[in-house]
Design a protein around this ligand. Structure first.
Ligand code: FRU
Length: 469
């Protein structure tokens, strides 16, 4: 399909589908979701001249992973988001099978997108080009074409450029699958964003003492935080363990020091970024006020996506809430962006034995819990969270099989902050030491049912809705 027919079909999909999607009782009140069709990775997250831009992988035509475009939202406050012209549509020779993930930088005061042009051949093989596109006066993006073909020694799976500036040079990390099916992160350098030199592999499976660690690493993001370098990456192919690596694919990070001169990254072990059911392809940006912000896709590729009930309403997936990152003793902490507090309505405070707590509304709500012993919490009829003094366990019924499934966190629990939005819950443990992000599909107007003898203290706020306009 050429770009013009894709635009016509997208207009039709929106005309036919938007009202139906908006009427879905599981549609979020304040999270970002596609008007119609499927959303996946956040792309091109950047703040420029005070304004935030968030692009996203979007298939407007169906709830599947075909025809990836870049949708575009803009916001002045991280709360109110406004639709912008679709930034990238596939269809050129270098991006015929999708404008895949990438990032944004500012060059000569213009937002410049660096993305992967995905090209598939009839024999089933594929190649990838790293491409540029630049903002024009109408807020649209003009493609500037490919700047980098596949580097030698890698399969057709080389993608998801994240670009940043360091000491008057441009740097890029790319996710890759090498010819021996090992996942890698490549570092490249450029003077002008157009001509790129490969510096080497900075992390990956069988590198830097990490052992076998997956056949492909997607969506890398490298940034400095508190005098360390953090490399976020999404390895594919890790074997599940009893209490970790339980999603189909993982998203996590390595913390260390990058020597730009030798392209050597010495780092510690891989830590998962999230312990919930749905979290993938996170991307960060440096806000103008110095905060490192993160947003991720609240979904996982190939993880029972088509069984989510929103598909019947013609839309699929949401972003996570916007988060602020900090580093404590080499570990990344995530907290909800402080702007989200502006959504809070009137507070309710309560304390006493868990089982006597009021049944609070959790359709769109925030909850702070300080437990003084074991307890369990049911979120409507959709999900259950329990704490036994050692382990936090989040459980739900799998949408495909109907079987119960669990995710875990272990540690010393002091506080939980839960953000509910219709069909999602994000659980921030101990002020961001860990997070569990998940979708769930409760009955209408779900309530919180607490049980347990131990006392707990809670605070509850309904959260106001904000429309994407
Ligand atoms: C991650 C990912 C990326 C790719 C994009 C395509 O979810 O597979 O590697 O660029 O999605 O939509």
């Amino acid at each position: 399909m050429d770009a013009l027919s894709l635009i016509k079909q997208t207009a039709l999909a929106l005309m036919n589908g938007q009202l139906r999607a908006a009427g879905d009782p599981h549609r979020p009140c304040w999270h970002l979701a596609p008007s119609v069709g499927l959303l996946n990775d956040p792309n091109g997250f950047i703040q420029h001249n005070g304004r935030y831009h968030l692009f996203y992988q979007w298939n407007p035509l169906a709830c599947d992973h075909g025809r990836k475009c870049w949708g575009h939202w803009q916001s002045d406050d991280l709360l109110h988001w406004h639709h912008q012209p679709v930034a990238l549509l596939p269809g050129d020779d270098f991006d015929s099978h999708g404008c895949y993930s990438g990032s944004a930088v500012v060059e000569n005061d213009k937002i410049t997108l660096v993305y992967t042009g995905n090209v598939k051949f009839t024999d089933g093989s594929r190649t990838a080009y790293q491409c540029l596109a630049q903002e024009n006066a109408s807020g649209e993006y003009d493609k500037l074409g490919p700047v980098l073909p596949l580097p030698a020694g890698y399969s057709g799976h080389v993608r998801d450029p994240k670009v940043w500036r360091h000491h008057q040079q441009w740097y890029m990390v790319l996710g890759a699958r090498d010819l021996h099916d090992q996942g890698k992160v490549l570092l490249l350098r450029s003077d002008d964003l157009r001509s790129w030199q490969l510096q080497g592999e900075i992390a990956g499976s069988r590198l830097n003492g990490i052992g076998d660690f997956g056949y492909m690493w997607e969506c890398p993001d490298l940034f400095r935080l508190a005098d360390r370098e953090l490399l976020i990456c999404c390895p594919q192919g890790l074997a599940a363990e009893p209490e970790r690596y339980l999603n189909v694919y993982q998203a996590g990070y390595l913390c260390g020091e990058l020597d730009y001169a030798t392209a050597r990254f010495s780092h510690g072990e891989f830590h998962e970024l999230d312990a919930g059911f749905e979290f993938y392809a996170p991307q960060t940006t440096l806000a103008e006020d110095g905060r490192r912000l993160l947003v991720a896709w609240m979904g996982v590729p190939e993880q029972d996506e088509s069984y989510q009930p929103t598909v019947r309403y013609g839309w699929l997936h949401t972003m996570t809430c916007l988060r602020e990152l900090t580093l404590h003793a080499g570990r990344l902490y995530q907290q909800p962006a402080r702007e989200l507090q502006q959504l809070r309505g009137a507070a309710t405070r309560w304390q006493g034995p868990a089982a006597e707590a009021p049944q609070l509304e959790i359709d769109s709500a925030e909850l702070l819990l300080r437990p003084h012993g074991p307890f369990s919490a049911r979120f409507g009829d959709g999900m259950q969270l329990s704490w036994d003094g050692e382990r936090l366990c989040l459980s739900r019924h799998n949408l495909r099989s109907g079987e119960p499934e669990q995710r875990y966190w272990r540690g010393e629990l002091q506080q939980l902050q839960l953000l509910f939005d219709r069909s999602s819950v994000e659980i921030f443990i101990n002020q961001g030491e860990a997070v569990m992000s998940s979708r769930y599909f409760p009955c209408r107007s779900p309530r919180l049912f607490l049980s347990g003898d131990a006392p707990l203290a809670l605070q509850h706020w309904p959260l106001n809705a904000v429309m994407i306009e």
